[in-house]
Design a protein around this ligand. Sequence first.
Ligand SMILES: [Zn+2]
Length: 444
Amino acid sequence: MPDVFADLVGQAEAVDTLRRAAAAAEFIRADAVLAVTTTAGGGAATVPVGGGAATVPVGGGGVAGAVTVPVDGDVVAGPGSTSGSAMTHAWIFTGPPGSGRSVAARAFAAALQCVRGTGCGACAGCHTTLTGTNADVRFVVPEGLSIGVGEMRTLVLRAAGTPSGGRWQVLVIEDADRLTEAAGNALLKSIEEPPPRTVFLLCTPSTHPDDISVTIRSRCRVVALRQPPADAVAAVLGSRDGVPPDVAAWAAAAAQGHVGRARRLACDPDARKRREAVLAVPRRLTGVGACFDAASALIEAAEAEAEAAVAENDAAERAALETALGAGGTGRGAAGAIRGSAGQLKDLERRQKSRATRAQRDALDRALVDLAGFYRDVLTVTMRAPVPPVHTDVAAMASAAADRWTAEGTLRRLEAVLACRTAIDTNVKPRIAVEAMMLALWRG
Ligand SMILES: [Zn+2]
């Protein structure tokens, strides 16, 4: 059985940090228990965090035998210990898309709940965490464009409780960059005065103030993941998914370090078809009309991809809510319950619409990254740069383009694609941004 960090591809340094932290966390826990046994049923571990001190009663009242464990820097271990370690209560996982931010957070959460070591991957603690059924580990996955304050308050409150498994309460916030300001403040309050047995794991693309507030950042330790090298991604596709070496190498390069994307390209024919359509765009731009056609095709493909991704989930959610609200019931109360539930259904529809918008943007962004990769390949051919191409399968097309375009022209095209991504990110209507990009690509 591979341990919980096995899914983190090409991140040896981060894994090392997390393993040491998990070992330290185990020590803090064990030490607290030790305090109880040595004082025969009375003891407390005092855990000063970020200036304030929180007292953890561990088995009874009394302060005799208290263990002091400062956790806002490197942990200084309790009396009599030799462990100079690295556990803290708030973490930020950063890295480019696909580098495994949420994979890392989940693995670390499992390592903290592991009952056999620091993430064996096989015990009940590891297993329940990885499958999302551990009562002490909560995952916040934003369904829409942002995480609201109401949701955050509820989560923070629940995370403050005593861990039912006796270890840690872990709150994993994927896409913490989508916190609303109010939600961020609710979270900050809790991180500033953390409950003694609560660990916060935040995932964001970077520690730039656009992604995470400076004050939250200042309270967290950062684990920076890097873009995994293509050969590491290819190796994992081969060993875990049984992908043949040549396909794995192609998919790893084409996915530009995005492990999940590489796996989809290697295993999903639809994903391959969509990519091919995107890479055909540069050839199709023969005039203004063709530009608008290409823009429409790109937008519609993203919509279709997003639709497919969320449709099943949407239907299941709606059915579950309707059942919960008593749809199909025949009793006298049922009709009234349905009338009163209109608001909840509307709320669900609003969340689903927001999620669909997000999925569309993600799909469109993937297409733009593929397209940018092509222009980057053309530029490397022109400049004779000694780096491998992103899209090995359309290398001939890139060479042909390199013969026709100047380096400046190719660079302008690459910049047009990147500008389109930025525009969509700042809420320019996708169709407008993509049309402007296509025209710029055609003009060169
Ligand atoms: Zn385990």
